[in-house]
Design a binder for this molecule. Structure first.
Ligand code: TRP
Length: 457
């Protein structure tokens, strides 16, 4: 059997590489775009609290489990799961978990790429000065014109998919680490500049803070709790094997606990700071917090239109959003590409091209959701293709994948094996195990049961 250190995929130089790659995967449209708009839709503070509780009690333990499984397996998620299942004397059908992850990644990326295309479009528009001096309302009209135009949307979606294919075809490891080293710090600096702007230049900072942080449980429905849970999986890239892939490259002596905590905290801080930037600007420009998927795209350009140097900051900001989306997309597509290479003995270039083309095709469903297929006759359960994909992935497939990962790591694997794999102190290990064995299954199953009940009644 292969020596653990010279595993199939090779091992990264140090702990920081895992952190960088996992952060590159985690930080993306989920924090920069989705977090604020779902917070806005579900009424603010109480939603944020439930989200943070989900990150702490569900997200972090599952992320540790996924990393540990990846490091034990040292292969693609499917192969790792098969190997670990064999090692634990249980059915090799556990490798289906890897398959479900590949499918989830495929579905998520199909709409993710369309939204990332919006970010590319805004990078361009801000860069050439198309939005100079626009008010919130004018940016709104501009946004509506963009999404109403299937040709333009297809163009930007295509460009983004081509970028992904190019990066993935060349192999993930070389580019990823160094680009994340540049993107993350720049993003943080820019967010702090923007935070300064929304504190000083809008008079809505206090109102926005109280929206984000004051607890009003009357707005908290079961639906909101489910959304918060789904968002915690989506934001941390959990439940589909992306983190398992990166765990497979982690050196044996690196501490999983502290690496995972670092990523989870960085990720949540970014989401909250983005919220503190977006809501004051939105309120000051007459954009409702419940504006939905357009929130980021309508509120920020209005602020850039008014602030000194806004054209440069605005272009840079949307460029960073696009790059962060790119590094997340790579973790969504990589398991599928790796498997295609393995299974069909293709070159990476061919595999990346075919897989990207298929995802691109699927993405057309999302492109049309905003225009030609937006009518009710094209909807399923009252949702457009885009909404349906978002619902099925974030609220069903990721929680299910995460649940199965937690169950496998805490109930199926031998205690001694997973204890060694996680390399935690005994007290922390016991806490992790209690969360994975009891709390996570109970929470996820209750959520599923309640949603099913609500859907049926
Ligand atoms: N976490 C990323 C974001 O917040 C999206 C993402 C990348 C993802 N890889 C994933 C979500 C795997 C779920 C599973 O934008």
């Amino acid at each position: 059997m292969a020596d653990q250190q010279t595993a199939v995929l090779g091992v990264w130089a140090g702990r920081s590489t895992f952190i960088l790659a996992a952060a590159g995967s985690a930080v993306g449209l989920g924090n920069l775009w989705k977090f604020s708009f779902v917070t806005g839709e579900y009424g603010g503070g109480a939603f944020v609290l439930v989200y943070l509780v989900c990150i702490a009690l569900i997200g972090i333990p599952i992320m540790m489990a996924e990393t540990a499984l990846g490091r034990q397996g040292r292969q693609s998620p499917m192969a790792s799961m098969r190997k670990l299942a064999r090692g634990s004397d249980v059915s090799r059908h556990w490798s289906l978990l890897g398959w479900m992850g590949v499918l989830t990644g495929f579905l998520i990326l199909s709409f993710y790429s369309v939204i990332a295309g919006w970010a590319l479009a805004f990078t361009w528009d801000l860069g050439v000065g198309n939005l100079r001096g626009f008010t919130g309302e004018q940016v709104g009209t501009h946004f509506d014109a963009l999404v109403a135009d299937p040709v333009k949307l297809t163009g930007w979606h295509t460009l983004f998919m081509v970028l992904i294919a190019l990066v993935v075809a060349r192999g993930v490891h070389k580019g990823l680490e160094s680009s994340v080293r540049v993107i993350m710090p720049l993003l943080l600096v820019l967010l702090i500049v923007l935070l300064g702007y929304s504190m000083i230049a809008t008079d809505q900072f206090g109102r926005a803070l109280s929206f984000l942080f004051s607890l009003n449980f009357s707005t908290l429905t079961w639906e909101a709790v489910l959304a918060a849970m789904g968002q915690s999986f989506f934001a941390l890239s959990l439940g589909m094997g992306a983190i398992m892939v990166y765990g497979a490259y982690m050196p044996n002596d690196a501490s999983i606990g502290s690496a995972v905590m670092t990523v989870a905290i960085l990720n949540s801080v970014i989401a909250l700071v983005v919220g503190m930037v977006i809501f004051p600007i939105a309120l000051a420009n007459g954009v409702e917090p419940s504006a939905g998927p357009r929130l980021l795209f309508v509120s920020l350009p209005a602020a850039f239109g008014q602030m000194p140097g806004g054209q440069i900051f605005g272009t840079l900001f949307f460029m960073l959003v696009s790059l962060a989306a790119l590094s997340s997309s790579i973790s969504l597509i990589e398991p599928l590409v790796a498997w295609t290479v393995e299974r069909f003995l293709m070159s990476r270039v061919v595999a990346a091209t075919i897989v990207s083309a298929l995802i691109w095709l699927m993405g057309m469903g999302t492109v049309f959701s905003f225009n030609v297929w937006s009518g009710e006759e094209y909807q399923c359960f009252g949702m457009t293709v885009f909404e349906l994909l978002d619902f099925v992935t974030a609220k069903i497939m990721l929680p299910l994948g995460g649940l199965l990962t937690a169950i496998f790591a805490s109930w199926i694997m031998k205690r001694s094996v997973i204890y060694k794999a996680l390399n935690l102190s005994l007290a922390r290990f016991n806490l992790w195990r209690a969360l994975c064995r009891v709390i996570i299954p109970v929470c996820v199953c209750v959520m599923f049961a309640v949603s099913l009940y609500k859907a049926l009644t």
